[in-house]
Design a protein around this ligand. Structure first.
Ligand SMILES: [Zn+2]
Length: 52
C-alpha cells in the first residue's frame, strides 16, 4: 500500500523530478511531460514533438 501511496504522490502536484531518470534539474512540466531536458530530447523524437 505504501508503494501505491508513493506513486500517487509522484503523480500529484509538487513533483519536479524527471519520471524517466529522476533528475530534478531542468524538468519540463509543460504538456504534462514531467521529464528533464535530456530525456525530453529522446522522447521528442518518438512523439514527433516540434520546437515552438
Ligand atoms: Zn530525465
Amino acid at each position: 500500500m505504501a508503494k501505491v501511496a508513493l506513486e500517487e504522490k509522484f503523480k500529484g502536484k509538487g513533483t519536479r523530478k524527471c519520471r524517466i531518470c529522476g533528475n530534478a534539474r531542468a524538468v519540463i512540466r509543460k504538456y504534462n511531460l514531467h521529464i528533464c531536458r535530456r530525456c525530453f530530447r529522446e522522447v521528442a523524437e518518438h512523439i514527433n514533438f516540434r520546437k515552438y
